[in-house]
Design a protein around this ligand. Sequence first.
Ligand SMILES: *Cc1c(COP(=O)(O)O)cnc(C)c1O
Length: 378
Amino acid sequence: MTGDGTRAVRAGLPEPRANEPALPGPAFAAHYHLPGEVSGPYTYGREANPTWAALERAIAALETPDGPGPAAEAVAFPSGMAAISAVLFSQLRPGDTAVLPSDGYQLLPALRDRLEAFGVAVRTAPTAGDAQLAALDGARLLWLESPSNPGLDVCDIRRLADAAHRHGALVAVDNTLPTPLGQRPLELGADFSVASGTKALTGHGDLLLGYVAARDPRLTAAVRDWRKVAGAIPGPMEAWLAHRSLATLHLRVDRQAATALALAEALRNRPEVTGLRHPGLPTDPAHALALRQMRGGRFGCVVSFVLPGRVHAERFLTALRLVDEATSFGGVRSTAERRGRWGGDAVPEGFIRFSVGVEDTADLVADVLAALDEAARP
Ligand SMILES: *Cc1c(COP(=O)(O)O)cnc(C)c1O
């Protein structure tokens, strides 16, 4: 069994062949030659593409649990939302019940509306305290997001998955924030690991992508079939760039986690900062559980905290020199935003979601502290 970095640099690469590149370039093809009615994996571009296939092998290698049992298989999508929709709409039927987190990604309420319009009953409960346990009776699917975005609460995935399975429900975990190097939901008993590859997985803020990983081939077949029917297919260029990015995943997430922790430690001493959350912070309410179920000290790149009101938060964001004001997270360049600007999350006006990049830790912490000083000046 090799280490995570060793796995990441070779994940999904073909066997080395003389005079061939290590990672073959993107295959741009709407259709493939089919002389004499040959069959094979590549017929029409909506169904399969060798560039997706290589990326899917790579992601599957990273999501596959250690120990016995089948390997994971992955299906790539053009965005995280396409991946999430593929699981929900391939698995749920009218009359089914789904349990979603009440504090998950901001588009989950919009998905809830769509599911209900198709006759699926939806219940929600918060991530913290494993509150979704109480909503499992008669459920067909349990959707978890841990750590949750943007509140950074953590739930006990194994405990919830075991309970859901006892109720006959499938379990999906949104693994966007930790990436498979920080958490392996399939190893914790989930049936699906689903993520936006737009964020930390690819990490350069230059593409959108998503994926679904599962160990049961019937589940991946259903998701793959949904992709074909919905036509929600990733571009070959994006898939290739994503695959290229995976070789540095361990370097990025390790640096981001270390700097996020240093930033959170520095923010602890600031009187104007309240509601500070980062699962790697030993004083965080989610830390003990995160330490148990997350991997390698990789608690993610997001630090969230609250400043005293909207104006104070806006002044802070403007005063940052090394941090771009932008939504999204997980990129190599630090970004921050006042989350309340979108209106989709139940957060205070001064709530900041800060995404730590791969800058030098000392530079970034100094920039944040200087911006806090500037924002506090009368
Ligand atoms: C961004 C995000 C998504 C949606 O992914 P897109 O690639 O933007 O479609 C889903 N879940 C979480 C936790 C996210 O942060």
